[in-house]
Design a binder for this molecule. Structure first.
Ligand SMILES: NC(=O)C1=CN([C@@H]2O[C@H](COP(=O)(O)OP(=O)(O)OC[C@H]3O[C@@H](n4cnc5c(N)ncnc54)[C@H](OP(=O)(O)O)[C@@H]3O)[C@@H](O)[C@H]2O)C=CC1
Ligand SMILES: O=C([O-])CC(=O)C(=O)O
Length: 271
């Protein structure tokens, strides 16, 4: 059985743990880590089948087969290189960290050198399958427009730096427009999806991102437009936000669970 260690026990980590705990996978939830030990212990106490140990990172990396990062971009920088050096496969949710070219190249090099897999789930968007297919030929443009209820953007460096008063936004307002490389730094907990799109498609500098605060919304909406030799496609998803962390959409957790299913399955559907 595949032994799994989850780093980050918030909304996505919790959903992944509960899915494994349901017994639906040929996998064992073996270890947890979170910067808040009490959060990890509370999660363990809520499980029925498994009782994952709370471990120091070094111990966790020596004990599991697959590491799932569902913590933060900082955790990717600190922990994922060590995980790959230890020969572990890694699923990364805080994909925005890979906008850093040096880190990205390091992770890809370590994965190759150590014969490890790096998995980036589709997250809160639909259309990564199409971008993957289209990228087998030429893609000319990719645009992501993310619309969220204003308060779901709270705490983002862009909002803090510009002193934007989110609670005073009364109509649809464009807050950011620029390349994915800048978007993921401006909104590290809101547009990791821009990084996933960049990795699948035409890179962080050519992928265009708009972030819009819209007080008429109750859902996190992501629209993607892709043009290339294949033609053109447009996707739009209206995501139910997590009640625990409304920046994050429920679909992001489901995509991680689905990626785990794909890893364990002999049958692979979709690109
Ligand atoms: N790829 C995608 O499509 C999506 C990606 N995400 C990203 O996935 C990640 C998880 O999201 P979500 O579950 O909603 O987040 P939560 O905030 O609910 O949970 C994250 C947990 O990880 C902890 N944590 C943060 N940094 C570290 C660290 N360095 N080491 C150990 N624990 C850490 C946090 O602790 P504390 O609260 O103390 O910081 C928190 O308990 C986030 O980075 C989020 O931005 C989210 C949605 C979509
Ligand atoms: O969950 C979402 O809607 C998207 C998100 O937060 C991210 O990509 O970081």
């Amino acid at each position: 059985m595949l032994k799994i260690g989850v780093i980050g026990c918030g909304f996505i980590g919790g959903q992944i743990c509960r899915a494994i705990d349901s017994g639906a996978f040929d996998a064992e939830l073996y270890a947890l880590f979170d910067s808040s030990q009490s959060k990890a212990l509370k999660l363990t106490a809520s499980l029925k089948r498994y009782s994952p140990a709370y471990m120091r990172i070094e111990e966790l990396l020596q004990s599991v087969d697959l590491v799932i990062e569902s913590a933060s971009q900082n955790a990717v920088r600190l922990i994922v290189p060590q995980a790959l050096e230890a020969g572990r496969d890694v699923m990364v949710l805080s994909v925005g960290a890979l906008a850093d070219e040096e880190l990205r190249e390091k992770l890809f090099r370590l994965a190759e050198q150590n014969n490890c897999k790096l998995y980036f789930p589709s997250g809160a968007i639909v259309g990564i399958d199409g971008i993957n297919s289209a990228s087998a030929s030429e893609i000319s443009s990719v645009t992501l427009t993310t619309r969220k209820p204003p308060l779901n953007l709270a705490g983002a460096p862009h909002i803090e730096a510009l002193g934007i008063e989110l609670e005073k936004i009364e109509k649809e307002t464009l807050l950011f427009e620029g390349p994915a490389s800048e978007a993921v730094k401006a909104f590290p907990a809101n547009v990791n999806v821009a990084a996933t799109i960049s990795l699948a498609g035409i890179g962080f500098d050519r992928t265009k991102v708009k972030v819009v605060a819209d007080p008429s919304l109750s859902r996190n909406v992501h629209e993607i437009t892709v043009e290339g030799k294949f033609g053109k496609f447009f996707t739009r998803v209206e995501n139910v936000p997590s009640p625990e962390n409304p920046k994050t959409s429920y679909l992001a957790a489901l995509s991680a669970i689905s990626t785990l299913k794909k890893i364990l399955s002999p049958v692979q559907i979709g690109t």
